[in-house]
Write a protein of this length. Structure first.
Ligand SMILES: [Zn+2]
Ligand SMILES: [Zn+2]
Length: 553
C-alpha cells in the first residue's frame, strides 16, 4: 500500500496572511511558504503576526527545507523568525530568493539557510519529495504553482495566481502543463488560492494598468508625477517606468525597499529601465518638474513611509505642491483604508492632484476571480480539493465552486489553521490537529500574549487608575496614602472632588478590612479593587483598569 501524504496547515486558512503548510511523506517534512500577517486594529502595538512555530520546532529533525512560492511577505516574511530556531534550505525562483535574502540578512539568519534557485518547469527531489515548479502569473513576478509527485498521485498547490493572458513579462501561467498532468497521471488533490472567490468574472490583465498609466502621463505634461505602489510589484513598476520613458521623463525611486527591489530586479533582468532614464532622488530638484517621475513606497499610508511624509509636507526630497500629480497605483488592504484616506487628504491640502483606484483603473488584483478559479479547477480536474489562502468565507465560496465543477462534495475539505489531513488509498481526511494560534510580534520578540493584548485594549479604551497605599504589616492600618494616579480616566485638575471621594472610598474599605483582621496583600488589593470598581463605574460609567499597589511598612 503506497505511503500516505499528510499536510499540516499552519496558517493562511481563515485569514489573508501568514501562509504556511507542511507536506509530510515517509516521516519527512517539506514546508510550503512561511509568511507573516499584518495586525488589525484589535492588536494594538503588534508589529506583525506569525504562525505558531511550536509544532515545527518540535519536529525540527524531520524538516527537509522550505519551498517559497513567490516573494510576498505573507509567504516569506516568517522565515527570518523561524530560521532563528531552525536551519534548513529554501527553494524558490531567483527573484523570490533575492527578495527574501535582504530580510534574512537584516535579521542575521542568512547563515542558517542555503538559498537554492529553481527554474520554471524544473523538477527536483528534496528528500523523499519529487517536486515540480510550474510558472504562474501574480502581482510579483516569477511565482510558482507546486506539483508534488507522490506515491498517492500528484498534489498541485496553485500558489497565489491569476490567469493573466497578457502578462507584462510575457510569462504565462503554464495551464498546458497543468492540463497535461491532469491527463497523465491525473491530479489527485488540488489546493488553490481563494482570495477572490467571491468576485465574479476575471481579474483584468496587469497590462491594462499600463494603458491607463500612459494616458495619465500624457494628460499632465507640465507636472511632476509621483506614483506609489508595492515595492515588490515589479510588473507595475515596469509599466510606470515604460510610461515615464515614453513621455520623456526621467525616473527616481523613493523609499528604501523601492530602491533595493528595483536594483535587484534590474540585476536579475526582471526589470528593464535604461541607466540613462534613472537619477538619484537627491537630484530631482534640479530637473524640470514636467520631466520627472518618482516611484515611491507608502501606498498603504504607513505612518513613516515616503508617501505619508510627503502628504505631511515632511519629505526630505520632495515638496508636494500644485505642480504635482500623485497616482496611488494600489488598493488599500483592509484595515489601512483610514490611513490611506488621510494621506490623500494631506496631498489635496498641499494642492496636488491625486489619482487613486476609485477614480481611474490604476490598479488590478494579483489574484484570480471566480472565472479563473473555475478555469483552474476545470483544467486540473482534481479528484480531491482543499481551498487555501483566504478568510473562511472565501474558502467556503471556493469549495462550492469546486463542487459545482464536479468535484464530489465528499472529496472537498474545508480546512482551517491547525488541521492535519492525510491523503491515502482511502481518500482525503482529517487526521489530527496541531497548535496554530497567532504568534504576535512587537519589536523583535514574539511573546505578546492574548493577556497583553487584552490589557492594551483596556488601557486604550478606558484608561488606568493606580492606587498606592502603604499599610502596617501587622495591623493592616493605613500608614500613607491612598494616592490615586490616573491616565485616560478623568482629567485630574477638573476632577479633584471625584479623586477625593475615590480615596475616601478606598480608605473606608481598607479600614474595614483591617478591623476584620485582613492584613495580607492579596486580600487588601482585592478590597481596593472591589471598592473602587463600583464607585468609578457608578460615578463615571467608565471601566478603567484598576491597579492597586499595596506596600508594607
Ligand atoms: Zn502573493
Ligand atoms: Zn499571498
Amino acid at each position: 500500500m503506497p505511503a500516505p501524504v499528510r499536510i499540516t496547515f499552519l496558517g493562511g486558512l481563515g485569514e489573508i496572511g501568514r501562509n504556511c503548510a507542511a507536506f509530510e511523506l515517509e516521516d519527512r517534512l517539506l514546508l510550503l511558504d512561511c509568511g507573516l500577517m499584518f495586525p488589525d486594529l484589535e492588536m494594538p502595538g503588534v508589529d506583525l503576526v506569525l504562525p505558531d512555530f511550536s509544532w515545527l520546532i518540535e519536529n525540527a529533525l524531520r524538516l527537509e527545507g522550505c519551498i517559497l512560492t513567490h516573494g510576498h511577505e505573507d509567504h516569506a516574511g516568517g522565515l527570518s523568525f523561524l530560521l532563528r530556531h531552525l536551519s534548513f534550505p529554501i527553494y524558490g525562483s531567483r527573484l523570490s530568493l533575492g527578495l527574501a535574502r535582504n530580510r534574512l540578512e537584516e535579521a542575521g539568519v542568512l547563515g542558517n539557510t542555503e538559498l537554492i534557485a529553481v527554474a520554471d518547469g524544473e523538477r527536483r527531489r528534496i528528500g523523499p519529495f519529487d517536486v515540480e515548479f510550474i510558472p504562474v502569473t501574480h502581482s510579483v513576478p516569477h511565482g510558482f504553482a507546486t506539483a508534488f509527485h507522490t506515491p498517492q498521485g500528484v498534489i498541485l498547490h496553485s500558489g497565489d495566481f491569476k490567469l493573466d493572458l497578457t502578462p507584462v513579462d510575457g510569462r504565462l501561467t503554464d495551464l498546458a502543463r497543468i492540463g497535461s498532468l491532469a491527463t497523465d497521471p491525473g491530479i489527485r488533490l488540488l489546493l488553490s488560492d481563494s482570495t477572490n472567490a467571491e468576485e465574479p468574472g476575471h481579474t483584468p490583465s496587469e497590462s491594462s494598468v499600463g494603458v491607463v498609466l500612459r494616458g495619465l502621463f500624457e494628460r499632465y505634461p507640465g507636472k511632476r508625477i509621483v506614483v506609489t505602489c508595492f515595492a515588490s510589484h515589479l510588473h507595475r513598476i515596469q509599466q510606470v517606468a515604460d510610461a515615464a520613458v515614453a513621455t520623456g521623463r526621467i525616473i527616481a525611486t523613493l523609499g528604501r525597499s523601492m530602491a533595493t527591489n528595483v536594483a535587484l530586479a534590474r540585476e536579475l533582468g526582471v526589470l528593464r529601465i535604461p541607466d540613462s532614464s534613472l537619477i538619484d532622488i537627491e537630484q530631482v530638484g534640479d530637473v524640470d518638474r514636467g520631466r520627472v517621475c518618482v516611484i515611491s513606497t507608502g501606498s498603504q499610508g504607513e505612518p513613516m513611509s515616503a508617501l505619508a511624509l510627503m502628504a505631511a509636507g515632511e519629505n526630505k526630497w520632495l515638496k508636494i505642491g500644485p505642480d504635482d500629480v500623485v497616482i496611488l497605483s494600489s488598493h488599500a488592504i483592509p484595515g489601512n483604508e483610514g490611513a490611506v484616506a488621510k494621506v490623500i487628504d494631506g496631498l489635496y491640502r498641499l494642492g496636488a492632484e491625486v489619482i487613486h483606484s476609485g477614480l481611474a483603473e490604476v490598479h488590478v488584483s494579483g489574484h484570480g476571480m471566480r472565472g479563473e478559479l473555475q478555469t483552474m479547477l476545470a483544467v486540473a480536474r482534481p479528484q480531491c480539493f482543499i481551498p487555501v489562502h483566504g478568510e473562511f468565507r472565501h474558502l467556503t465560496h471556493h469549495a462550492r465552486l469546486a463542487v459545482g465543477l464536479g468535484v464530489p462534495a465528499a472529496n472537498v475539505l474545508l480546512c482551517e489553521d491547525g488541521d492535519v489531513v492525510a491523503l491515502s488509498d482511502e481518500g482525503l481526511d482529517f487526521v489530527a490537529e496541531v497548535p496554530a494560534g497567532y504568534l504576535y510580534v512587537d519589536g523583535i520578540v514574539g511573546d505578546v500574549s492574548h493577556g497583553v493584548l487584552r490589557d492594551r485594549r483596556a488601557l486604550a479604551e478606558e484608561g488606568v487608575i493606580v492606587v498606592v497605599v502603604t499599610v502596617d504589616s501587622h495591623s493592616g492600618e493605613i500608614i500613607t496614602g491612598p494616592e490615586i494616579i490616573s491616565r485616560g480616566w478623568v482629567h485630574a485638575p477638573e476632577a479633584e472632588e471625584l479623586l477625593e471621594e475615590a480615596k475616601a472610598e478606598v480608605r473606608a474599605s481598607l479600614e474595614q478590612a483591617a478591623a476584620a483582621g485582613a492584613t495580607d496583600f492579596e486580600t487588601l488589593k482585592r478590597r481596593v479593587r472591589a471598592a473602587l470598581g463600583p464607585f468609578v463605574n457608578s460615578r463615571t460609567r467608565r471601566r478603567p483598569m484598576i491597579v492597586p499597589v499595596v506596600m508594607e511598612a
